[in-house]
Design a binder for this molecule. Structure first.
Ligand code: THU
Length: 129
C-alpha cells in the first residue's frame, strides 16, 4: 500500500492539475496525478468539447500522457474534482486503469482528505481479451 507522504504529494499534484481543467459545459473540473514506478508523477485534467462525447476524463488524460512519454509502469492515481464528496473515477477510467495495473486509487474530498481504495475493489471483474 502507498504511504501517506506519497499520497499527499499526489493529492497536491491532482489539485494543481484541476486548475487546468477545461470544463465550460459541465463546470465539473477534475485533476488527476499518476505515480509511476520510478517516482515520476504525470498529471491530467478533464478536457470537454462542444461535441460532448469527445470529452476526455482527467484520469485517462493522465494515463495517456504518461504512456505517450514512454511510461507503462504505475503504482497509484489520485483524483481531485469539484464533487461535494469523494471524486470517484467513472467506469471507463477504471477499465483503463486496469489495463495498466494501477494498484491504488486515491479519491479526494473538497477539504483534501482522501481515501485509498485498491482498483480491484473498484473494478472486480475487469474485461480482458
Ligand atoms: N470526469 C472526469 O474527468 N473523470 C471521471 O472519472 C468522471 C468525469 C469529467 C468528464 C466531464 O468533463 C465532467 O467530469 C463531468 O462528467
Amino acid at each position: 500500500m502507498i504511504d501517506d507522504v506519497l499520497c499527499r504529494r499526489l493529492v497536491d499534484k491532482a489539485r494543481q492539475a484541476q486548475q487546468h481543467a477545461y470544463a465550460p459545459y459541465s463546470k465539473f473540473t477534475v485533476g488527476a496525478a499518476l505515480l509511476a514506478g520510478d517516482g515520476t508523477i504525470y498529471t491530467g485534467c478533464n478536457v470537454e468539447n462542444s461535441s460532448y462525447g469527445l470529452t476526455i476524463c482527467a484520469e485517462r488524460n493522465a494515463i495517456f500522457h504518461a504512456v505517450a512519454c514512454g511510461c507503462r509502469d504505475f503504482r497509484a492515481i489520485a483524483i481531485a474534482g469539484s464533487s461535494s464528496g469523494y471524486t470517484v473515477p467513472c467506469g471507463a477510467c477504471r477499465q483503463v486503469m486496469a489495463e495498466f495495473n494501477i494498484a491504488d486509487v486515491i479519491m479526494v474530498r473538497p477539504d483534501d482528505t482522501y481515501t485509498v481504495v485498491p482498483l480491484q475493489k473498484l473494478l472486480p471483474y475487469t474485461f480482458t481479451l
